[in-house]
Design a protein around this ligand. Structure first.
Ligand SMILES: Nc1ncnc2c1ncn2[C@@H]1O[C@H](COP(=O)(O)OP(=O)(O)OP(=O)(O)O)[C@@H](O)[C@H]1O
Ligand SMILES: O=C(CO)[C@H](O)[C@H](O)COP(=O)(O)O
Length: 405
């Protein structure tokens, strides 16, 4: 679907026979809009016959993804891009250290690019990257707004390899813009531009386990330095990052399992998907019966589970004063192909065919979290974002347009 801006030199006449005031007429054929109207907005003039129009599908849907560093944002983005098909790549021929990822439908920009202080600057001033004083929110707002309005921007690049601010890169307005990083919901002006927002809320215990796994195993850091870096960031994390979760439309909260008493390994996870009620174009997923409280152990004949098993829980709740629905999964899958059994008991999942969640999870079985609730809920949110995008486009196509004589 597309909206047409109508340019015509014909004389326009509201009484023409094919126009019925108050009724929506959407006859759209390639570049020809046959007719249009709306019950909400009066179109004073209407064209007779078929009029040529230019297709305007420039509105960009903006998604915010907030989380601390090392909390699974990149993994989530890879799952989201995959839902839309196609792979995301850095801008062609650009800075090899660019943080941007572009696919046919999505452009993901990393908000680290709005650091106003480089690594040395932060050190000199004694501030962390999480501190608002190290970030340029005016520029972030201006550029996200411009992209949302269909205008290209020259976005700065924060180079994570050198710790310097590199020359800017050109970002064209995509269909879906994802702004991911530490502060997508911190500044009210930026927050108001978001069509949907997600917060990845990783508990300290789990964050620590993931950091050790990545930074010790893959980056050669010592246990002490990892502990020190988490501790050094904690005050600013608590002050500036964590409070953003109250604004999120969906929160994925990752906690240690409750299925193993006193577990401190952090391998088996309890993951909660907290979904705000009443959000435009978003209806929360539910288990069995919407609005009820349900506890479900799917292990048995249809789902293979080894110790400690799997437990689902679903209930309505209040989160920062908002009505939410919470879907929780504790434990991990033994066999991903059997996930179809769980999928078939979930409703409102916005799939396009039976088994789409299972197919996505199997496709990315090697991504971290594919055997537990983190992968499952990230995939579900990816599908909900696709659905939201399609609804916004459909509603945009119904928006009345003024004919310009
Ligand atoms: N769902 C998960 N289950 C287990 N480990 C995970 C999960 N998600 C992420 N991790 C671990 O955390 C590490 C960081 O993940 P990812 O790169 O997706 O995070 P990020 O937020 O993009 O990090 P950064 O901002 O530092 O680039 C992964 O290498 C992996 O070790
Ligand atoms: O919290 C972060 C977001 O990813 C980084 O620590 C911040 O961007 C600073 O990066 P670097 O450590 O490369 O200077």
């Amino acid at each position: 679907m597309a909206i047409c801006t109508v340019y015509t030199s014909q004389s326009l006449n509201s009484t023409c026979s094919i126009y019925t005031p108050g009724k929506t007429h959407l006859g759209f054929n390639q570049k020809h809009l046959v007719f249009y109207s709306s019950s909400k907005k009066t179109i004073r003039r209407a064209a007779t016959g078929v009029i040529t129009c230019s297709v305007d599908d420039s509105r960009t849907v903006v998604i915010g993804l907030a989380a601390d560093s090392g909390c699974g944002k990149s993994t989530f983005m890879r799952r989201l891009t995959s839902v839309f098909g196609g792979a995301a790549e850095p801008p062609k021929g650009g800075n090899p250290d660019s943080n941007t990822l572009i696919s046919d439908t999505t452009t993901v920009i990393c908000l680290d690019d709005y650091h106003s202080l480089d690594r040395t600057g932060r050190k000199e001033k004694g501030v962390t990257a999480l501190d608002p004083r190290a970030n340029n929110f005016d520029l972030m707002y201006e550029q996200v707004k411009a992209l949302k309005d269909g205008k290209a921007v020259e976005k700065p690049i924060y180079n994570h390899v050198t710790g310097l601010l590199d020359p800017p890169e050109l970002i064209k307005p995509p269909k879906i813009l994802v702004i991911e990083g530490l502060h997508p919901m911190f500044d009210e002006r930026v927050r108001d531009l978001l069509d949907f927002s997600i917060y990845l809320d990783i508990s300290n215990e789990v964050k620590f386990a993931w950091k050790i796994q990545r930074d010790m195993a893959e980056r050669g850091h010592s246990l002490e330095s990892i502990k020190a870096s988490i501790e050094a960031r904690k005050p600013d994390f608590d002050a500036y990052i964590d409070p953003q979760k109250q604004y999120a439309d969906a929160v994925i909260e990752v906690l240690p399992t409750q299925l193993i008493p006193d577990d401190n390994e952090g391998k088996v996870l309890r993951v909660k998907l907290i979904m705000k009620e009443g959000v435009n174009y978003f209806s929360p997923v539910y288990l069995f019966d919407e609005g009820s409280t349900i506890s479900w152990i799917p292990c048995g004949r249809k789902l293979t589970c080894s110790y400690p098993g799997i437990k689902f829980f679903y209930c309505p709740e209040t989160y920062f004063g908002h009505e939410v629905s919470v879907l929780e999964m504790d434990g991990q899958f033994d066999r991903l192909d059997e996930l179809i059994y769980v999928e078939s008991h979930l409703s409102n999942i916005s799939t396009k065919f039976y088994g789409e969640i299972t197919q996505q999870m199997l496709k990315h079985a090697d991504f971290p979290g594919s055997n537990n609730g983190t992968g499952l809920f990230q995939t579900i949110i990816g599908l909900k974002i696709r659905d939201l995008y399609e609804q916004i486009f459909a509603s945009k196509a119904k928006t009345p347009v003024e004919a310009k004589a």
